[in-house]
Design a protein around this ligand. Sequence first.
Ligand code: NDP
Length: 485
Amino acid sequence: MTATVQPTASHFINGAYIEDSSGTEIPVIYAATGEQIATVHDATADIIEMALASAKAGQKIWAAMTGTERGRVLRRAADIMRDRNHELSVLETYDTGKPMSETLYVDATSGADALEYFGGLAGSLTGEHIPMGQDWVYTVREPLGLCVGIGAWNYPTQIACWKAAPALACGNSMVFKPSEVTPLCALKVAEIFIEAGLPAGVFNVIQGRGEVGGALVTDPRVDKVSLTGSAPTGKKVYAAAAAGMKHVTMELGGKSPLIIFDDADLENAVGGAILANFYSSGQVCSNGTRVFVQSGIKEAFLARLAERLDTAVIGDPMDGATTFGPMVSENQLDIALSYIAKGKDEGARVVYGGNALDREGWYIQPTVFADVNDGMVIAREEIFGPVMAVLDFDDEDDVIARANDTEFGLAAGVFTSDLSRAHRVIGAMEAGSCFINSYNDAPVEAPFGGVKASGVGRENSKEAIKHYSQVKSVYVRMGDVEAPF
Ligand code: NDP
């Protein structure tokens, strides 16, 4: 039996929990058992209105504070998150099904890193002075205003923090809508902000399905929309935001290449491929799911990969020994299984896994296909599950062209012991987040985001500041004005 994770109410607006049970029910299902562990409600029109009005008012109060004062609140929130890491990790596991061996290390902790990093920057967000002879121009870095954050279900705490931290550091307010699949964690982030001293109304959370997101994106009071989600949703949300000339950040999906040359350290390459495909049961946007392996190392790579996958501990996510948990939902399990069936139909060779597990919850085996070719569906479409496609190659130029032959461009990785080749190949990748002899590292100090259909804008690092602020320029004339008449 699971613990009680029912939140005080569905929404968090103007510094307090609030319920409106006339909204459609959203059941919260624990992925490891299929059991309903909580219920929240879709935001009604009244709730959406309250959230937007509160964020509009809260933003004025927040932006009037100094950057140092804002930063102090964010850094206090980071400390509280770290103090409560265990409790927040348990909740993240209930929300997503990811094992505690992951959530203890990469969810609240990554959220806290973002709050600390952007809290540290908040006091130094300045403009510049531009001399123009005796005249001069100065610039002011101003907040955008009211930002909407819309999250995917794979990292509910992290996504809320990655969006809120830079937005709030710049003096914006936010209305955040989590995915309906994982509504619990963002509410805790909102609670912690209030405890850290954030003025009421600056960070609000409302629940709902896509229509609630749509209502937020089209509201004229909203100045910016930051979405983490799939490419098809991204296109819809980007178009709706464009109609209102709103700023956007789009963190979307991918089908990223991981290229392993035969001079790579085999153990590291196998480890990189595991990190690129099976962390969070494969539900990571930047995953390197097209693993191109040079012919000379291919059989050794597949054999060692299978040996290491045998050591995965699949089981109860709350057990600290478990290293591989269930899929987030039955729907996502079905999607992954349907792609596995397509891979088999198209003639790819299953070298590991390939089936759902016969137990309660939404479990699937880590799965590896070999002999995959570029045209197969499993090599072209984002699966968002633990399904690795191994493709063969011989020639460097050929693999670069094939790696880039995709609509996506989120991430790319290369394993080789040849330093020049590593930089040459990564330099040729059409991707935003790249890795050499590593995969899927996402420290807050590094920009994160994609090119092509994988999105626009960057999260994390100093780059994110540009996406949550705008520059006002002021020309100052020191002498007389000369006019033609
Ligand atoms: P979806 O695109 O289905 O949904 C993303 C969010 O958008 C959800 O909160 C969803 O609400 C909401 N939404 C859906 N339709 C609309 C609309 N018309 N207007 C406004 N909001 C809307 O993605 P998933 O939740 O299924 O997440 C998985 C996807 O996220 C994958 O494709 C993955 O690649 C991507 N992703 C990208 C990351 C990145 O940083 N690049 C990181 C993590 C995931 P609801 O779910 O309630 O319908």
